[in-house]
Design a protein around this ligand. Sequence first.
Ligand code: URA
Length: 287
Amino acid sequence: MAAPARSPLEAWLRYFDDLGLGPFYVGRAAMELPAAGRPGALRAPDAAAAPVARLEQQARPSPVAAPVARAPRPQEAILPVVPSLFESAVRAGLEGDTLERIREDIGDCKRCRLCEGRNTIVFGDGNSQAQLVFVGEGPGHDEDVQGLPFVGRAGKLLTQMIEAMGLRRQDVYICNIVKCRPPGNRQPERDEVATCSPFLDRQLAAIGPKVIVCLGGVAAQTLLGTNKAISQFRGQWFEFRGAKLMATYHPAFLLRTPSAKSEVWTDLKKVMGVLGLKPPKPKPRSA
Ligand code: URA
């Protein structure tokens, strides 16, 4: 196939490969692929679910760009299919996917350099059928030690925010863009995000939440495929693969900037509205 026509097809194949969809695998030796736009990163607004904002989509870090070292698979096949069929194949492939299977597929991950400094893979935690998923940036020190997301100071604040919404931590699902702690708590790099993203995508698809809340710029920019500052679009609704997605400030930012808590509460009240939640009644003070 001529190179220009071949590239999008190869991008899809790599994407399926990273998702662990073996039957759609094509030998990578045949591929010399530039970074490509991620399929379905930011969908067209859903007319039925107003108001949904539009963001000018930037190049979302693509899993196809990640140099993933892996053993060759037996009986590699090249399927003569067109990209539109790939999409339905992905959907079929992801049907019945479970968090347990995704965790198994991650294994003792060495796909990117973050494995070098990590103590534990922080997969995610909470209700596997949650209506509400929070996505943070990446584990910090406490999370790396305990193997659970958002258990440090910022996590305690997140728990308070969840409870203020009338929910318990175990009612929601909490996860991160990357599953291993970046050294010194730096932001995850583009290729690290790209390598880890397919697993987050599968988690979100397996849970099928009604609402996804991105905590902080990294989570929001990654899922929405934008470089815009979170301050420009926090509190607005976006459509993300059948779910409603909103970005709000990260709890760690709120620890440094408590004055922003009111904006986050405004955002969370919108989430509560969509989920039909009422804030819990304040407990009567004992005399
Ligand atoms: N910050 C994050 O983004 N995620 C965590 O799990 C903890 C802190």
